[in-house]
Design a protein around this ligand. Structure first.
Ligand code: FMN
Length: 244
């Protein structure tokens, strides 16, 4: 693959929060999952497994678990935002925040038993072991998302699965063993957006790359970071369409 194609793929992968209910061909899902299979993992432990939920009853049950948590906890915690952070998500944003009714959910889970294959320094240093495990799952998640994009499928992450209550209830509902860790979920389907997602604000390369740099001056000041957080966040909630 050439650089230009890779960059185009990286740029075209977006979060699609409006997904059509139309069914998705299993062979396209398999192609995307095949990309995810090749993701790097710490010490090649390959902890990621993918639970593909196509059964409407199973999807509805998972969606209910997530939406209940959003209703009970998410908005309550959002209300604790500090003023500088900008407006909190409220019930009015429900359509964007709720778990989308997509034709497929892919739950990315990690098999915690595989941590036993890490070198001893990572095995006995909890923080390092966890970090390698989580990063390996993150890589599988990113590869999967790019794979989905490459076959023309849209996806929205549903990170709520990682909170205690949804995690426990999803594990119980799907009968997952104790050693399985629900890491992330992608709701998958064809995009229902008429014009594609709004352009997104990205930090510039010269702001984030520091060749032979040193010292605090390489980084934005506290105030600049706060301003940027607010700006990026407002771009993300897209109450107004941000420019490139
Ligand atoms: C680890 C991770 C978790 C995310 N969780 C959610 C989520 O729970 N709900 C959601 O709507 N978007 C979620 N997103 C999407 C981000 O908001 C999105 O990637 C970001 O705003 C950049 O937009 P883009 O994906 O269109 O490039 C998540 C993204 C990542 C990488």
């Amino acid at each position: 693959m050439h650089y230009d194609e890779l960059l185009r793929l990286a740029k075209s992968r977006r979060t699609i929060r409006v997904l059509r209910p139309d069914p998705v061909p299993m062979e396209d899902l398999e192609k995307a999952l095949e990309v995810a299979r090749w993701a790097p993992s710490g010490f090649n432990m390959q902890p990621a497994e993918f639970l593909v939920l196509t059964d409407p009853e199973k999807r509805a049950a998972v969606k209910r678990i997530i939406d209940d948590w959003i209703e009970d906890d998410f908005y309550v915690l959002e209300a604790t935002r500090e003023a500088w952070q900008g407006p909190a998500w409220t019930l009015e944003d429900r359509g964007r925040v709720a778990c989308p009714a997509a034709p497929v959910y892919i739950l990315i889970v990690g098999d915690t038993r595989r941590k036993a294959g890490l070198p001893m320094n990572a095995r006995f240093c909890r923080q390092k072991g966890e970090s390698i495990f989580e990063t390996s799952l993150a890589d599988a998640f990113a590869y999967l998302w790019l794979g989905l994009e490459s076959v023309g499928l849209g996806a929205q992450p549903v990170s709520a699965v990682k909170n205690d209550r949804p995690q426990a209830l999803i594990k119980q509902y799907l009968g997952l063993p104790e050693f399985i860790y629900p890491y992330e979920m992608l709701a998958v389907g064809y995009s229902g957006l008429e014009e594609g997602p709004p352009a997104k604000l990205m930090r510039h390369l010269d702001e984030i790359v520091h060749v032979d740099g040193s010292g605090e001056g390489m980084f934005l000041s506290d105030d600049e970071v706060r301003k940027q957080i607010r700006k990026l966040r407002m771009g993300n909630v897209a109450r107004h369409a941000p420019s490139e």
